[in-house]
Design a protein around this ligand. Structure first.
Ligand code: SAM
Length: 214
């Protein structure tokens, strides 16, 4: 813990109301969060699946998720295990604007779909800034997602069923991305803008504590 706090002393906020151990854990999570690996849940319907996807994202240090569903996102704490407290989950109002802005930021849009020309998900280079798009439990992803796709991917299915549960499929793809990024050393140094880490740490280690006390 001391080593980590010493290594990242320039990230420690001026004021914090948590133990140094807790602060070290928060710093450890943030400096490993993969700022350029994101997930879009395109009309994933069930709150259980949405919650399970949030938990899988936390597990591989994804920070930024997006969703398109009812504006009021209802997550099941027992499924997320509170991981949603430590991630950014944004609602997508206008999907075309969303994809245009993601592309303008230099992200490749990797869409899960059963198309003829879909590639095996392991053929993709996930060390690039990447948005992974997963879809609805019945209808798969939306037409807009197909239209904006830079890459279309499928997880090979060898049995009788043609698809996995969406949260399982998301986790499979995320761990491939994690494997590639680990090999590329992307977990060894922060990919997060420093000022954003300091801002989030101040919120987690000071503002949220004050708020929860009041
Ligand atoms: C469960 S599928 C939809 C299944 C649909 N009800 C059917 O039976 O064809 C829902 C989402 O899970 C993801 N998914 C499921 N299986 C997949 C696979 N083999 N490859 C890629 N994505 C998959 C995709 O994001 C898809 O939009």
């Amino acid at each position: 813990m001391e080593i980590l706090l010493e290594r990242y002393k320039d990230l420690v906020p001026d004021r914090y109301l948590v133990t140094e151990e807790r602060l070290a854990k928060m710093i450890n999570v943030l400096v490993h969060r993969q700022y350029t690996l994101r997930v879009f849940m395109d009309y994933v319907y069930s709150h259980h699946n949405l919650s399970a996807i949030v938990r899988s994202c936390d597990a591989v240090w994804v920070w930024w998720l997006y969703y398109r569903h009812q504006k009021q996102l209802r997550l099941n704490d027992e499924v997320t295990m509170w991981a949603h407290k430590w991630l950014l989950i944004d609602y997508v109002e206008d999907i075309k604007d969303f994809y245009k802005s993601i592309k303008d930021q230099g992200y490749q849009i990797v869409v899960t779909t059963l198309d003829q020309d879909s590639k095996d998900f392991r053929e993709i280079d996930y060390t690039k800034p990447t948005l992974i798009v997963v879809g609805n439990e019945v209808d798969w992803v939306s037409k807009e997602s197909i239209d904006f796709a830079d890459e279309k991917v499928i997880i090979p299915m060898y049995g009788m069923s043609q698809s996995l549960n969406v949260s399982v499929a998301t986790a499979v793809i995320l761990y491939e991305a994690q494997r590639q990024r680990q090999i590329a050393g992307m977990y060894d140094s922060p990919t997060f803008p420093k000022d954003l880490i300091i801002k989030i740490l101040y919120k987690w280690a000071f503002e949220d504590i004050i708020k929860n006390k009041s």
